[in-house]
Ligand binder design. Structure first.
Ligand code: G4P
Ligand code: NA
Ligand code: NA
Length: 189
């Protein structure tokens, strides 16, 4: 998606060797009109797939998934990262490994909002190590639902998540794939 690449180049900031900050439109301030274009693009990319539900994880996935939900005309469910009193006890769980915290944690979706009849599209903001997508895939599998594919806004192609999950059969589409980046020089695949 050319407009996304332009926005990444103009507004993105590279921290260290592997972190891209896109706080001006995706991860802190939300450029809602642009996110609407992203939602529309996901619909175009997955137009041949039957989708009954979009699944994402809190926090950063929610805005993208919600707007995409308007284009797909399906409900959006987000997995929760903390066990709270408000969350039903009866949940599907997925496991995510955090490289920054060096520990596993669980993400959860109430059994009310996902069933084996569902045809699920997973959406997220970033694909790096693929841990979030793996945890969300766990949830789809636990529900006995069908995973139709996964869409990510930005894939960091120099990290291994995308290659690994595609080799396991996940149909992943990225709207922009970064092949390398350093301050002032971001290249796309
Ligand atoms: P993974 O899901 O691909 O394995 O991501 P990883 O564990 O490497 O990254 C941990 C968190 O950082 C994830 O957010 C992920 O989306 C985000 N992330 C990874 N690389 C980048 C990057 O280059 N730039 C930015 N801005 N974010 C990145 P999270 O903690 O799961 O969720 P959230 O609460 O931020 O949504
Ligand atoms: Na995320
Ligand atoms: Na994030």
């Amino acid at each position: 998606m050319d407009k996304l690449k332009t926005k990444i180049i103009e507004e993105g900031r590279v921290l260290g060797s592997s972190v891209l900050k896109v706080d001006s439109f995706l991860n802190h301030q939300l450029d809602v009109a642009f996110l609407n274009e992203i939602g529309k693009e996901f619909k175009e990319v997955f137009k041949d797939k039957e989708i009954t539900k979009i699944l994402t994880a809190e926090v950063s996935g929610i805005a993208i998934a919600a707007i995409a939900g308007l284009h797909f005309q399906v409900p959006v469910v987000f997995a929760k990262k903390t066990q709270s009193l408000n969350l039903d006890k009866d949940t599907y769980e997925g496991e995510v490994y955090s490289y920054t915290k060096e520990q596993h944690f669980k993400i959860r979706v109430s059994r009310r909002y996902l069933s084996k009849e569902d045809k699920v599209l997973i959406l997220d903001d970033f694909l790096a190590n693929g841990e979030a997508l793996k945890g969300l895939r766990d949830i789809v599998e636990a529900a006995g639902a069908t995973l139709q594919g996964a869409g990510v806004v930005i894939e960091k192609g120099f990290q291994q998540g995308g290659d690994q999950l595609r080799s396991e059969g996940m149909d992943i589409r990225a709207l922009a794939t970064i092949s390398s980046m350093e301050e002032g020089n971001i290249t796309f695949r």
